[in-house]
Design a protein around this ligand. Sequence first.
Ligand code: DX5
Ligand code: ZN
Length: 227
Amino acid sequence: MIIAPSVLTADLSNLAVACKEAVDAGLDWLHLDIMDGNYVPNLTFGPPVIKSLRKALGDGPVFDAHLMVSNAEECYMDYIEAGCDHLSVHIEAATHLHRLVTAIREGGATVGVVINPATPIGGVLEVLSELDLVLVMSVNPGFGGQSFIPSVERKIRALKQAIDEQVSNGGRPVQIQIDGGVKAHNIGEIASWGVSNFVVGSGLFNNRANVADNLSEIMSNYEQYNG
Ligand code: DX5
Ligand code: ZN
């Protein structure tokens, strides 16, 4: 399983320090929430900041960019060139999704498609054979610290079934990543639905404890549930 820390609720004036805290706690993915103030009502950071982060953190961590932008079809290459290893793009914001996911892979990154809580999985299934990951949003994108929307369970189970079928037919294995409201108390149950990659923001970066201590609570609940 993978925990992908999201630094949205960390001290963003010390972005590299927050990322390093996660890496030092043993996490080797970093989930970078790219918001353009247009597709979502919030604005974070873009390629120049990511390029600096890559310099500060070295080649080790996997940079997992979650593009909450209206124009991914125009700007995806800027994120790959800035040092991202993986790009996830919203199905709701893409005009030509198949072309976009193919272009991202050709550009040198692994690729995922994101669906919002109200988006059905149908469109994702049409491009499933091209993907490394499907990101199911369990909050509406734009902010950290929101509550988990439990109705995503049905979608995740259906998606897991489709992926298992694809794999048993010799197709590409696809990770299911979940994003929003994932905490120590629910991670075990979510894993049992078929999720293997968990974005955790405020569950790791909060003023209750440091990242390492929050992580060990999350992991012990995960292990309790998943033996
Ligand atoms: C929301 C972002 C998430 C967010 C998760 O738009 O995509 O990655 O930071 O934060 P928590 O875990 O606090 O819900
Ligand atoms: Zn995200």
